[in-house]
Design a protein around this ligand. Structure first.
Ligand code: BES
Ligand code: MN
Ligand code: MN
Length: 462
């Protein structure tokens, strides 16, 4: 390991400059305008895998954005780790809220990152974290210390629901055969408080349209006598939570996993300050389901949130109009045992049932995915825990996250494999927001920790 760490140390500038080049390509998966850049990013990663010494490196076309596959298989008697990551990023808009351009990476010091942080869209989610795996692999290859077989699958559609990866996994089960999946696309509590994510929430995402009259109307001539779809939509949305902030959809909580008091007590031991949380967000009070703590509300409980709402006149000045239609995008975060399809159909039934006769509602389901739980009593978790304990000098705390990586549940269903979520981001790294960044410390801590995971996992599974 000493030789490996020396090698990493010697190449720090090179690793950073390559990551900068990767971050300069705007691989926004949601926006067709960036299609060429998405392809360029896949090619960039392919080329780096070839240079790192991987074999069977290929770009796999899908009906959407391409998937990069690479492997290094040298001894069938040794375990195989399948590394997953994504090279696509969220749209950078609104551009004007960025202090520096989103695709021109720059290192700046922040309070949480005294050693500097890389500011760019995708720096943390997930280009920076994915690239740690490529460089860790290269370093192991160059120091002749790769202890086991490894396969990589890097996709370009995570931020839009991994639609085509699902078919790829179903159609390539032999190619993806492995013993464990390793993903760095989550976070730690703080740079001095390592943690391992052992739970992710699922997701059911729907779009609704409420239509009233067949055309926009003068709000003076018709207002008061014809249903205003925006008013109605607001009423309908408001009724989706009761006074305890519980979701009112019939059957919504039926399958929700009951977390035992003992487990809740254990979770509450993870360091968390409600006061710091509030002051960081500049809010006077938190808000959520009665009977649960802030951490619980954001991790082990399901939610329903409006992500966007529009309709009518939103231009400059005032226009008196009674709009013909109103729209909203609504996401529901799900917990273990809930199923995204069932929740989407419960939502649809409920939403249609509460619509007054004066309007017509349409519910269109978008993507969905299931929650995932990582057990802590198997060699995968033990190896991850040992690796972090060695690199951070502190035993990591298992924590459940509120975010979603739907492919994790799918890997388990289709390949029968558990996933280790060995992420290094901070909640404050502003992923999906303007000024996303990733700590230089975190980037190199990841590159240092990943080979340790390989080593311990191999030792525990020989
Ligand atoms: N990497 C995130 C998920 C994440 C971040 C999990 C931090 C835990 C901690 C991922 O790229 C993401 O943004 N997922 C989406 C879901 C997807 C279906 C669009 C999400 O959670 O909103
Ligand atoms: Mn991600
Ligand atoms: Mn993301």
């Amino acid at each position: 390991m000493d030789q490996l760490n020396q090698h990493i140390s010697k190449n720090k500038e090179q690793y950073l400059s390559e990551l900068f080049n990767l971050l300069r390509i705007p691989s926004v998966s949601a926006d067709p305008a960036y299609k060429k850049d998405v392809v360029k990013t896949a090619e960039f990663i392919r080329d780096k895998f070839i240079r790192a010494g991987a074999e069977n490196v290929k770009i796999c076309e899908t009906a959407g954005h391409p998937i990069v596959y690479a492997d290094k298989l040298f001894d069938a008697s040794l375990p195989t780790i399948l590394v997953y990551g994504h090279y696509d990023v969220q749209p950078a808009e609104p551009f004007e809220l960025w202090d520096t351009a989103p695709f021109e990476p720059e290192i700046r010091i922040t309070e949480k990152h005294p050693e500097g942080a890389i500011f760019a869209r995708g720096a943390c989610d997930d280009k920076g974290q994915m690239y740690m795996h490529l460089k860790a692999f290269e370093a192991m290859m160059e120091t002749d210390s790769l202890p086991c077989n490894v396969k990589f699958i890097i996709e370009g559609e995570e931020e839009v629901g991994s639609k085509h990866l699902e078919a790829f996994v179903q159609g390539n089960k032999a190619l993806l055969e492995a013993d464990i999946i390793l993903v760095s696309d989550t976070g730690i509590i703080a740079n001095h408080t390592p943690s391992i994510t052992v739970g992710l929430r699922g997701m059911s995402y729907v779009e609704v349209k409420v239509t009233g009259p067949n055309r926009d109307l003068h709000s003076g001539l018709y207002g008061g006598a014809v249903a205003n779809p925006i008013n109605i939509l607001c009423d309908m949305i408001a009724s989706l939570h009761d006074c305890d902030n519980r979701i009112t959809i019939d059957g919504f909580y039926n399958d929700v996993e009951d977390v035992s008091d003992a487990d809740r007590k254990e979770m509450a031991k993870a360091p968390f300050s409600e006061a710091v949380y509030r002051s960081d967000l500049e809010i006077k009070a938190t808000h959520g389901e009665r009977g649960f703590s802030t951490t619980e509300r954001a991790t082990i409980r399901p939610t329903l949130d409006v992500n966007g709402i529009w309709g009518g006149y939103i231009g400059k000045g005032a226009k008196t109009v009674l709009p013909s239609a109103a729209y909203a995008k609504i996401s529901m975060r799900l917990v273990p045992n809930q199923t995204s399809e069932k929740i989407a159909s419960l939502f649809q039934k409920h939403f249609e049932s509460i619509a007054p006769e004066s309007v017509v509602v349409e519910v269109k389901p978008h993507h969905g995915g299931e929650a995932a739980i990582v057990p802590t009593n198997f060699t995968g978790f033990q190896a991850a825990s040992m690796a972090m304990e060695k690199s951070f000098g502190k035993k990591p705390i298992p924590v459940r996250s509120g975010g979603s990586i739907p492919i994790v549940a799918l890997f388990e269903k289709e390949l029968g494999l558990k996933t280790i979520l060995l992420g290094f981001g901070l909640d404050s790294d502003l992923i999906h927001s303007p000024n996303e960044h990733y700590g230089v410390f975190n980037f190199f801590k990841g590159i240092e920790t990943i080979p340790l995971f390989y080593k311990y996992y191999t030792e525990l599974n020989k």
